[in-house]
Every structure is written in C-alpha cells, then in structure tokens.
Design a protein around this ligand. Structure first.
Ligand SMILES: NC(=O)c1ccc[n+]([C@@H]2O[C@H](COP(=O)([O-])OP(=O)(O)OC[C@H]3O[C@@H](n4cnc5c(N)ncnc54)[C@H](O)[C@@H]3O)[C@@H](O)[C@H]2O)c1
Ligand SMILES: [Zn+2]
Length: 362
C-alpha cells in the first residue's frame, strides 16, 4: 500500500493506494466515524460488485453503515438525486457528525462530495473511488458538483475529503471504455507534468491496458501524486490547476458539440490533446516530433485522436462560452516539452481554427 498526503491548506487529506484495500476499509473509517453514521453512497453496478466487501469490513470494525443507492452515471449528479440523499440522511437521523463515504466512480463521488459539503453546513467525507478516472483524478482535489439542466457541473463546491481509499484491484471489472477514459487523464499528466510517467506509458502501454497489477499501481500512484501536488499549490483552482486542462478546452467543446453522446470525456480529451498539441507546435512551444509522440501514445492506449461530425468554427464558438475563456480570449494549457507545460492565452483565432481542423474528419 502507498500513501500520499494532499497537504493543501487546512486539509489533512490522505490518499491510500494499493491492491486489496477494500477489505480493510472499516479500520480506516473507524477513527473518522466517531459517534455518527457512515453514509455510504453508491450506484447499482458498484453495489453489486463491491458493497458486501465494504460492509463486511465495516462490521468487523464496528462501524454502523447507512447505505444509499443512487442512479448510475450523470443521473447521480442531479439536484433531484441530491435532495433524495439529503432526505434519506435526515430520515435516518444522520447528524453533523455523519461521515459521507462515496463508493463508485467520479459521478457518485461528485454527488457525495456536494452532499458532504452542504449537509448541515458540512460533514466529513471519504472517497472510495472505483474507476481509474476517479482514482487518478476526481477523488483528489476536493471539487464536488451537480449538473444543472443548462450545463454540466454548474452547481458545486470545494470540500476536501479526509481520506481517499483507492483499491487498484477493483479496476479489473471496469469496462475497457472506462479504463481508456482514465488513461486519457493519465496521458495528460504525463504529457504536461511528468516526462517519467509519459515514458512509463510509452514503454509499458500494453501492460497498462492489460491492467498489470504492478504497473497499474505505479501509474495510479504517480498520477494521484501529480494531482495532489497541483491541487496543494492551487486549491481554489485559480492558477496552476489550470495546467490540468490540457486537452480539455477543445475536449469540452467536442463533448458539447456532439451532445455528450458522440465521445466519452476521455475520448474527447484525447482528441483535444491532439488538437492542442498542434496549437503548441504552431506557437513554437514544441516540435512536430513531440506532438506526434503524444498522438501516437494516445492511439496505443486505444484513444481516438480525430473527431468526426464537428466543425472547427463551432468548436471555437463553444470554447468561447466555456469557463476557461476570459473576456473573450481563449486560454490553453499547452506542453512546452514532454512533461512540462504552461497556460497561454491565444488570440489568433485563425491559428486555432487551422490547428483544430487538422484533427477533424476521417
Ligand atoms: N470532481 C472532480 O475534480 C472531477 C474531475 C474529473 C471528472 N469529474 C466527474 O467525474 C464524472 C465521471 O466519472 P467516471 O468516469 O468515474 O464515471 P462514472 O462514475 O459514471 O463511472 C463509470 C461507470 O463505471 C461503473 N463502475 C464504477 N466502478 C466500477 C468497477 N470497479 N467495475 C465495474 N464498473 C464500475 C459505474 O457504475 C459507471 O457505470 C463526471 O461527472 C465528471 O464531471 C470530476
Ligand atoms: Zn478530464
């Protein structure tokens, strides 16, 4: 088992990573529960696969659970689901000493985080992330979110979990599409923040895809460390955390342009990284060879690097409406070498359109 401290201001968040941690969840929760209830919020597929292991371990440790199952995927992040969870907690007599525990992917994690940050003005939170994306990204950093009918993640808060327990064994049951989605974020970390991680992915792409236990644990640990480091430097998402948006400015626009059904988030981010790498080459920040390495690695990890059915001008229009556009100017997190990057404002719309056009069509 490996342990990472997030160490951001006012937060003693620990991230535990290792194979088989799920069966020891109870002993980790015990000191955090006090006299209150542990409210386990989960989704049907994860409930089926892993709830019993968690409950057995909680029983052994003398932790009393309240299990709440919410709809899967983005349906977990609706205001309706949020109110249902709060209602169930009230019905069960959960007080200010309640501990909210998410068990599942980033969706239920975002919901549980928002519940924990608002229930009786805030209770403690633990994440047990079960997707690769949640283990390397969403469970670390303290962002929580609900979706509004008008936009994803529009309602949200910052509320750090006290503990994150990432059992890498659970990734074995994850559908391949979801594994790839998480790998897109791992590739992003490597490309913009850690050349060593990028090298591991290049050298061991097949082992990573095959969920080789040792390689996977290493990759999850390194990724979680990067996220923890960046978050600690910029807890409120005002500066350095922007670097984590590599691939996301174009990626979010691709998701929106295809109605959130054409490409998964990870796929859109992979295409976004290909497009934004081209922007970086046109700005002279990296050479064609480095951009090519990023695209090639994405392909080896089973991710698309070209998008169909969208137009460059539509994507640019959507990017201007995104949170990352400031005063009509577009900002991108771009690599300036493999493993290093910076946030730059790009005013030349022609350059952006030309770079994006290069990843559109067959
Ligand atoms: N808070 C943040 O900082 C942050 C960062 C990135 C993404 N997010 C959010 O995360 C969400 C996406 O999270 P996600 O990709 O984990 O999706 P998800 O939570 O929908 O999980 C994907 C699917 O995998 C299933 N699943 C989970 N674990 C499993 C397992 N071990 N075996 C088999 N199936 C399993 C889930 O039930 C679901 O059907 C988005 O809503 C996004 O906005 C938040
Ligand atoms: Zn992402």
């Amino acid at each position: 088992m490996r342990q990472i401290s997030v160490g951001s201001r006012g937060c003693g968040c620990r991230v535990l990573i290792g194979a088989g941690l799920l069966s020891r969840v109870g002993e980790s929760l015990r000191p955090l529960v006090g006299g209150g209830k542990a409210v386990v919020v989960t989704v049907p597929p994860v409930r089926e696969l892993y709830l019993q292991i968690v409950l057995d371990s909680m029983e052994d440790a003398g932790v009393e659970p309240l299990v709440l199952t919410v709809p899967d995927g983005e349906d977990a992040k609706t205001p309706r689901t949020y109110l249902d969870v709060v209602g169930s907690m009230l019905d069960a007599g959960a007080g200010r000493d309640a501990l909210v525990v998410s068990l599942g992917g980033g969706c239920v994690g975002d919901l549980a985080g928002f519940v924990a940050s608002t229930y009786m003005r805030g209770v403690r939170l633990v994440h047990i992330p079960t997707t690769l994306l949640a283990q390397v990204d969403s469970s670390i950093g303290g962002k929580s979110a609900l979706n509004h009918p008008r936009a994803k993640n529009l309602i949200g808060s910052f509320h750090q979990p006290e503990l994150v327990i990432a059992d890498t064994m659970v990734l074995r049951t994850l559908p391949t599409k979801e594994v790839r989605c998480g790998l897109a974020e791992v590739l992003k970390y490597g490309a913009i923040l850690d050349s060593e991680l990028f090298g591991i992915l290049e050298g061991k792409a097949e082992e990573v895809l095959g969920l080789n236990e040792v390689v996977l644990e290493d990759v999850v640990c390194r990724s979680a460390e990067i996220k923890a480091r960046v978050v600690a430097a910029d807890e409120m998402d005002r500066g350095e955390r922007m670097l984590l948006n590599f691939g996301h400015t174009v990626g979010h626009a691709i998701e929106a342009a295809t109605g959130y059904t054409g490409y998964s988030h990870g796929e859109a981010v992979a295409i976004g990284m290909a497009a934004e790498s081209r922007i970086a080459t046109r700005l002279g920040m990296i050479g064609d060879g480095e951009a090519e390495r990023i695209v090639k690695l994405a392909t080896r990890l089973g991710l698309p690097t070209r998008a169909r059915g969208v137009a460059a001008d539509e994507l640019i229009w959507l990017m201007h409406g995104d949170k990352k556009a400031q005063g009509g100017r577009l900002r991108f997190a771009l690599p300036d070498a493999i493993g290093s990057g910076s946030v730059v404002e790009v005013t030349d719309t022609g350059l952006i359109a030309e770079a994006i056009s290069g990843v559109l069509g067959d």
